[in-house]
Design a protein. Structure first.
Length: 438
């Protein structure tokens, strides 16, 4: 094992031995190299005569560039767009995102969390989490209604096993009993890895306040029994909550620094929160407890995370990070965010209003939804894939089929005035297939 990795592991072992045990074998081996990047950073600070370190090209002591390209990004200079960003992310952006985490999650007040490390979108954040904390053969606990890419990241790439529980209880809320039973079944290994994605993709469900508090208590209870809990919060759609009853914060805030046996990992990003899907800017943030210097613990975790990023994509795009940072600092930012939220909320409320119409009752029932981009229909008699194909070919309507009976509707893509027509077309498709015709 590299001596630098040994040093980081020694820090974790001294401050909280459970954290070292939670790391995957790869996570234990990871470190941030003191090579070209470190030497280049030192040169950037101290080399006043000449800096011949980083592999970029210079011209007239400026970053070399095509003017035809720079004309497209207006006033952003090449030094803030074309050069390599640190593997940790731009420091100013990391600080700005952390400040937003505290503002959006008041429960974090008085707690210490790591400085977010920038990833290439939330997907890359989930993959980085897997590298650091999941070994082949480990079991992850997820709801049965989940983002399909988890299978690729955890099962196919990592060789881990996914165990699911029904997302909804018989009463239509979050299935607390099923969640706890699944966790306790896997806790015999001494370690559990739940992934909680709220608002949920594909259903658009987030727990209410009582459910959120119960989830936190379940995980704390396991930790108090000596189980090491590595809980990841996929908060890709965070903040898009349309009901006052929804738990208003990330559950990460409640579990960060809550027990030495709990590592809370927040995976989020500007992708959906700030409507910049193609910029690929995500973040991974840690919240844990240590008997000693928590700052050293977070520094070690951040270095391992940045080392993992260095060994895959090297760094997230500098231009994307600069654009996001400038937007967050713009005087219009808060108003724009509120405006777009209200548009999505009105679409969600319109979907609910339309679905109350009795003529749909024989065709489907809607899973509970209160947040995010999506909602799901549970077809009562129809094969979801057959209906999806029929709707696409006859009516030009595109939906996502999931399993035998579920159809996902992204109301985020629809204008409010299009919602009634969409569900009428789905109903027409169901009736077509019920009659056996096209």
């Amino acid at each position: 094992m590299n001596p630098i990795a040994q040093e980081l592991n020694a820090v974790l072992s001294a401050q909280n031995p459970a954290l070292l045990e939670m790391l995957s074998d790869m996570g234990k081996r990871l470190f941030f190299p003191k090579g070209i990047l470190t030497q280049g950073a030192e040169a950037k600070e101290k080399a006043f005569a000449a800096n011949a370190t980083i592999g970029i090209a210079m011209e007239h002591h400026r970053t070399m560039h095509f003017q035809s390209l720079m004309d497209q990004v207006n006033e952003i200079p090449p030094e803030e767009s074309l050069t390599y960003a640190p593997s940790f992310g731009i420091p100013a952006l990391r600080n700005a995102w952390q400040a937003e985490l505290f503002a959006k999650n008041p429960t974090l007040s008085g707690k210490r969390i790591s400085l977010p490390v920038v990833t290439c979108g939330v997907t890359h954040g989930v993959s980085t989490f897997a590298d650091l904390w999941v070994d082949p053969g480990d079991t992850l606990v997820l709801p049965d209604k989940m983002w399909g890419n988890y299978n690729m990241i955890f099962s196919v790439k990592k060789g881990a096993k996914i165990v699911t529980f029904p997302l909804f209880s018989g009463s239509g809320g979050f299935n607390l009993k099923g969640f706890e039973e699944a966790l306790r079944k896997e806790a015999v290994s001494g370690k559990v890895i739940p992934i909680l994605n709220f608002p949920n993709n594909p259903t658009g469900y987030s727990p209410n306040r009582a459910e959120g508090e119960a989830i936190v208590n379940i995980l704390r209870g396991l930790a108090e029994e000596g189980i090491r809990v590595v809980v990841a919060f996929d908060d890709a759609y965070f903040g898009l909550f349309y009901d006052d009853a929804v738990f208003p914060e990330s559950l990460f805030a409640a579990l960060a620094q809550s027990h030495p046996n709990i590592l809370a990992v927040k995976l989020d990003g500007a992708t959906k929160e700030n409507f910049v899907w193609g910029l690929r800017v995500g973040f991974i943030t840690y919240g844990c407890k240590a008997d000693g210097d928590i700052a050293r613990v977070y520094e070690a975790l951040e270095k391992k995370t940045a080392g993992c990023i260095r060994g895959t994509v090297s760094n997230a795009p500098h231009l994307s990070q600069t654009l996001l940072l400038r937007s967050m600092g713009d005087r219009r930012y808060a108003a724009e965010k509120k405006e777009k939220f209200e548009i999505l909320k009105q679409r969600a409320l319109r979907v609910r209003e339309v679905l109350k119409q009795g003529r749909y009752q024989d065709a489907w029932e809607a899973y509970p939804f209160n947040s995010g981009y999506f909602m799901c229909l549970r077809l009562k008699k129809m094969d979801a894939e057959a209906l999806r194909v029929h709707l696409l070919e006859k009516y030009g309507v595109g939906l996502i089929s999931i399993g035998d009976r579920d159809l996902r509707v992204a109301f985020s893509c629809l204008e409010e005035g299009e919602i009634q027509d969409l569900f009428d077309q789905i109903l027409a498709g169901v009736r077509d297939l019920s009659r056996g015709g096209a």
